[in-house]
Design a protein around this ligand. Structure first.
Ligand SMILES: [Zn+2]
Length: 78
C-alpha cells in the first residue's frame, strides 16, 4: 500500500496491542493496525482506525472481556 506520509509504495500493516486509559480504567486493544513505512520510517494509524479506536474507547467496558494480563514496567532509560 502507499504511504500517506511520503507517497511511496511498500507501506505495511502491523498489528499491535495498545494500552488506553490509566489506572482502573486502563484497557488494551489488541490487533490495532498500524501502518509502517520502510521508506520514511513513519508509523501511523489510518483515519478509520482512529475512528474505531474512538468508538472502542467510548464503549470499552461493554466491548472488552476480562483477562488477567501480567504487566511488566519498563524501567530502563529511554
Ligand atoms: Zn513513507
Amino acid at each position: 500500500m502507499i504511504c500517506d506520509i511520503c507517497g511511496k509504495k511498500g507501506a505495511r500493516i502491523r498489528r499491535v496491542t495498545r494500552t488506553y486509559g490509566r489506572g482502573r480504567s486502563a484497557f488494551l486493544i489488541e490487533g490495532v493496525p498500524v501502518i509502517s513505512c520502510p521508506h520514511c520510517g513513519e508509523s501511523y494509524l489510518a483515519a478509520e482506525t482512529l475512528k474505531e479506536i474512538e468508538r472502542i474507547r467510548m464503549h470499552w467496558r461493554q466491548l472488552s472481556t476480562d483477562r488477567k494480563v501480567p504487566v511488566a514496567r519498563f524501567r530502563g532509560a529511554a
